[in-house]
Structures are given as structure tokens and as C-alpha cells.
Design a binder for this molecule. Structure first.
Ligand SMILES: Nc1ncnc2c1ncn2[C@@H]1O[C@H](COP(=O)(O)OP(=O)(O)O)[C@@H](O)[C@H]1O
Ligand SMILES: Cc1ncc(COP(=O)(O)OP(=O)(O)O)c(N)n1
Length: 271
């Protein structure tokens, strides 16, 4: 049987909750063959980011060529890209290999406050990366940084989504984890209309890596040929289950549970 493949281009999280590790776990759970190109190694646990070690451009290029020249991929997901040189390299490889489904998670700052993208790289993200994005998945602070808009209301979020679409992303999803009330709205804009997905906030400390997991689920679904709206719905459900059935690992902001979605699907099929 031919299996869909997805490539994550992101940073490594030694704690296993975010970055490359979250992406590969999500791909696997959604039955997509996962591949990776590591842009930076972070020393990270549930208490925060303790070190960031960017890879050389040569090392990143070799990883991308290794995939592009032999295996190919049905979807690409980008996460922590750290600086403008890495962004420009990734964009050139996306174009060289004609990779079509490109999910851009514009990772900037970890929940603990550590910078995962240098400030100078925001310009390159807007100018080079957004135009090759099938979808960009910022949280509210990232959408504010990319658009220069203040986002307090859903109406303002819609304006930000339109602004990101104008910068070249074919679809925009602004995530609601940073909503100020306890009803979270994730918003999709495809250039024509909006889709809103709602959930209640789950009260837990264990939300490390929710953004990575959400974007990886979108990439996995697109790799399998599902529509953007289907991918959006599955990703929201996947991450909700992962937060709801949290694992209580570590003494700080713990990881989510990447196998919870499949466990729920299995229960539904059996009952
Ligand atoms: N406490 C929570 N309860 C339920 N869903 C959440 C919670 N926190 C985040 N989410 C969901 O997780 C996904 C990632 O959102 P967000 O936290 O905004 O991303 P990021 O990790 O990039 O900051 C979204 O679908 C959001 O609605
Ligand atoms: C290596 C690495 N990449 C990305 C992140 C940020 O992940 P995110 O899903 O936004 O989760 P939080 O850091 O906000 O918990 C990361 N921490 N490390």
C-alpha cells in the first residue's frame, strides 16, 4: 500500500513535547510516514529552553537534499527556523523540489519566553516564506508580530487573517490558545470565507507543544489528500484530545498526549 509522507523542517526538543519530536509523533498517529530536517537542537524540558544550537546551513541543506533527491514528500511542515538564512535556504529547497503542500508554523517564542526565531528573520518570513505557504498557522502573538495589528477581538483577528493572506499565504489559520476568555476560537481564512472552530479551554499546565502538534496534524492530513477544512477539523480534535488526556510528565509545562486521539477513535469504532 502506498503511504503518504510528510517532512518536518524544525528544531529538536530534547523534552519530546514540541518541535521535531511532536511533529513525528503526530505524523505517526495519523498514519503518515514522517521524515525530518533539523534546523537547531534545543536543550529543553518542561521547565523551559536551556540552550539553542542552530545547525549549519550545510547540514540543513544536506538533510533537505537527502529527502528531495530520493524519497520526496507529499507535505512539508516548517517550525523553528531560527534565522533569515535558514528561512531563505528552506524556501529555495521547497521551490527546487516543487514541494506543494507547505504548512508554515511561524514559531517565534516558546511558552517560557525563549526566542526561537531571531527578530531579524521576521522580514524574511514575510517576504519569502509566506508566498510559498499553503497555510500559515500563527497563534495570536505571532499574528500580531507578522501584521503589526493589535488583536483583541474576533473582528480584529479576521483583519489579521486577511493581511496574512495578502502577504501570500493561500490559507491562514489563527489559533485561539491565547484567547483571553475560556471559549477558544480557531479561525481559518481561505481568501474567500472564514471557518470558526470552537472549544472550551481545558485547564491544565500541560500544553507544551500544542502549536507544533496542531500544525503537524494539518500537514499529515494534507499529505493524505484531505481538504484544508477537513485538516483543520481533525487537527483541532487531535490537539484537544492530546491536551485533555495529558500525561503529567515533568514538573513544569508538560507535553501533550499524542496517542489520545487514536485511542478515542478506536473506542468510537468499537462501541
Ligand atoms: N488550554 C487549552 N484547551 C483547549 N485547547 C487549547 C488549549 N490551549 C491551546 N489549545 C488549542 O491548541 C491549538 C494550538 O493553539 P495555541 O496554544 O494558540 O498555539 P501555540 O502553541 O502556537 O501558542 C489550538 O487549536 C488551540 O485552540
Ligand atoms: C524546538 C521547538 N520548536 C517549537 C517550539 C514551540 O512550540 P509550541 O508548539 O509553540 O509550544 P510552546 O513552546 O509554546 O509550548 C518549541 N518549544 N521548541
Amino acid at each position: 500500500m502506498k503511504r503518504a509522507k510528510a517532512l518536518t523542517i524544525a528544531g529538536s526538543d530534547s523534552g519530546g513535547g514540541a518541535g521535531i519530536q511532536a511533529d513525528l509523533k503526530t505524523f505517526q498517529e495519523l498514519k503518515v510516514f514522517g521524515m525530518s530536517a533539523i534546523t537547531a537542537v534545543t536543550a529543553q524540558n518542561t521547565l523551559g529552553v536551556h540552550g539553542v544550537y542552530p545547525m549549519s546551513l550545510e547540514a540543513i541543506e544536506q538533510q533537505l537534499d537527502a529527502i528531495g533527491l530520493d524519497m520526496g514528500t507529499e507535505a512539508v511542515k516548517t517550525g523553528m527556523l531560527f534565522n533569515s538564512e535558514i528561512i531563505e535556504l528552506v524556501v529555495s529547497k521547497v521551490k527546487q523540489y516543487g514541494w506543494q503542500q507547505v504548512v508554515v508554523d511561524p514559531v517565534m517564542i516558546a511558552k517560557g519566553g525563549s526566542a526561537l526565531l531571531q527578530q531579524e528573520a521576521v522580514f524574511a518570513m514575510k517576504k519569502y516564506l509566506l508566498p510559498v505557504a499553503t497555510v500559515i498557522t500563527p497563534n495570536i502573538p505571532e499574528a500580531e508580530e507578522l501584521t503589526g495589528l493589535n488583536i483583541k477581538s474576533l473582528a480584529e483577528r479576521k483583519l489579521a487573517a486577511e493581511a496574512l493572506f495578502e502577504l501570500g499565504a493561500k490559507n491562514v489559520i489563527i489559533k485561539g490558545g491565547h484567547d483571553t476568555d475560556d471559549n477558544l476560537t480557531d479561525l481559518l481564512f481561505d481568501g474567500k470565507g472564514f471557518v470558526e472552530l470552537y472549544s472550551k479551554r481545558i485547564f491544565t499546565e500541560n500544553t507544551h507543544g500544542t502549536g507544533c502538534t496542531f500544525a503537524a496534524a494539518i500537514a499529515a492530513c494534507l499529505a493524505k489528500g484531505q481538504t484544508m477544512e477537513e485538516a483543520f477539523q481533525i487537527a483541532k480534535e487531535f490537539v484537544y484530545c492530546a491536551i485533555q488526556k495529558d500525561l503529567h510528565i515533568g514538573s513544569g509545562h508538560g507535553p501533550t498526549n499524542h496517542w489520545a486521539y487514536q485511542e478515542q477513535q478506536n473506542r468510537t469504532v468499537r462501541s
